[in-house]
Design a protein around this ligand. Structure first.
Ligand code: TYM
Length: 331
């Protein structure tokens, strides 16, 4: 049985990108693998949340994990900061992560560009903490969206470097995983780039959005004046709507609108209406469960408490091994 690790930062409500890039795969994988799904609250500290916001956001991710169908009796759901061993492993891994490679990481460069006044060391070493998360439980499969591919590559680099440095084969190489042929990238509604929490409220459709909100957001999505000749290549904003449709609608529906586009007969209003209804239908069960679970504090805390315990057990074992390998010996 392979081990699976993945996490989501506690930065607010989860959107369709988180769902199709990560959680949907978590739910499918839990039956076949030893799974650890955590809430990355340490990673979310890079943006300095208030204690109240941090707590509310951790709770929100826990609710949405459970609502999406992660079964705490099968998979281990835990909070990253409840397993302090991860911070210790992060410290050790930092010793063989080099400044140049950390500065070259695409996510770091993007963060610096977006917020040049908050370039803290936590942002720089974000991929090292992520490697520690993954290696802590010896995961080989890591279900993530396309934007995390480079971080998985860095995790392999750090794991191999550790192995070489201590002449061991202790850490295995983990790989990004998706059930689809390629890692998923769900686009946003603003016509450019991916769906994300930091790209603006209107750009993302959240799992907890009401049907009315979903309709409003989708109807406002960026389009253009339509194709001018048959079989024209789709501009980014239009392609994005088709990519979203491919995630939530039936292949026949996508084909139908694709044919209309290629014949220059498409009406974007119709496409958006269909897209909104299909998003509403695809997210309905999760939305309903979010409402139910939000008020069930006993269920939430039981799931987290038992997950934390299982995660710590695995983490303690790894850290005992790692200390031994590094050469910390008892006197
Ligand atoms: P976060 O919170 O940014 O994203 C959580 C997961 O959602 C995926 N995702 C997307 N997938 C497809 N299309 C999108 N538009 C989209 N937006 C987000 C991300 O790829 C991710 O899988 N660094 C991680 C959190 C983390 C982690 C780990 C993951 C910390 N340690 C160890 C795996 C293993 C992150 O991106 O969180």
């Amino acid at each position: 049985m392979e081990t699976v690790v993945s996490g989501i930062r506690s930065t607010g409500k989860l959107h369709l990108g988180n769902y199709y890039g990560a959680i949907k795969n978590f739910v499918k994988m839990q039956h076949e693998h030893r799974c650890y799904f955590f809430i990355a609250d340490l990673h979310s500290l890079t943006t300095h949340p208030t204690p109240q916001d941090l707590h509310a956001n951790v709770r929100q991710v826990a609710i949405e994990y459970l609502a999406a169908g992660i079964d705490p009796e099968i998979a281990t759901i835990y909070i990253q900061s409840d397993v302090p061993e991860v911070a210790e492993l992060y410290l050790y891994m930092n010793m063989n992560a080099y400044l140049g490679e950390l500065e070259r990481a695409t996510s770091f460069k993007d963060k610096v560009r977006a917020n040049p006044n908050n370039v803290n060391a936590g942002l720089l070493t974000y991929p090292v903490l992520m490697a520690a998360d993954i290696l802590l439980h010896h995961a080989t499969k890591v279900p993530v969206g396309k934007d995390q591919e480079q971080h998985l590559e860095m995790t392999r680099t750090f794991a191999n470097r550790f192995n070489r440095m201590y002449n061991t084969d202790y850490f295995q190489e983990p790989h990004a995983f998706s059930f689809s042929k390629q890692l998923v990238k769900i686009p946003g509604l603003d016509g450019k780039g991916k769906m994300g929490k930091s790209e603006g409220e209107a750009n993302a459709v959240y799992l907890s959005d009401s049907p009315e909100t979903i309709r409003k957001k989708v109807m406002r999505a960026v389009t253009d004046s339509g194709p001018t000749e048959p079989n024209q290549q789709k501009p980014e904003a239009i392609q994005n709507l088709f990519t979203l449709m491919a995630a939530v609608s039936s292949p026949d529906t996508v084909q139908h609108f694709d044919d209309l586009y290629n014949r220059c007969e498409i009406r974007y209003g119709d496409l958006k209406k269909q897209l909104a209804e299909d998003i509403i239908a695809a997210t309905a069960p999760v939305r309903q469960r979010i409402h139910e679970i939000s008020t069930d504090n006993t269920y939430i805390s039981k799931a987290i408490r038992q997950g934390n315990e299982k995660a710590r057990e695995s983490a303690r074992k790894t850290l005992a091994d790692v200390r031994e390998i590094i050469g910390f010996r008892k006197f």
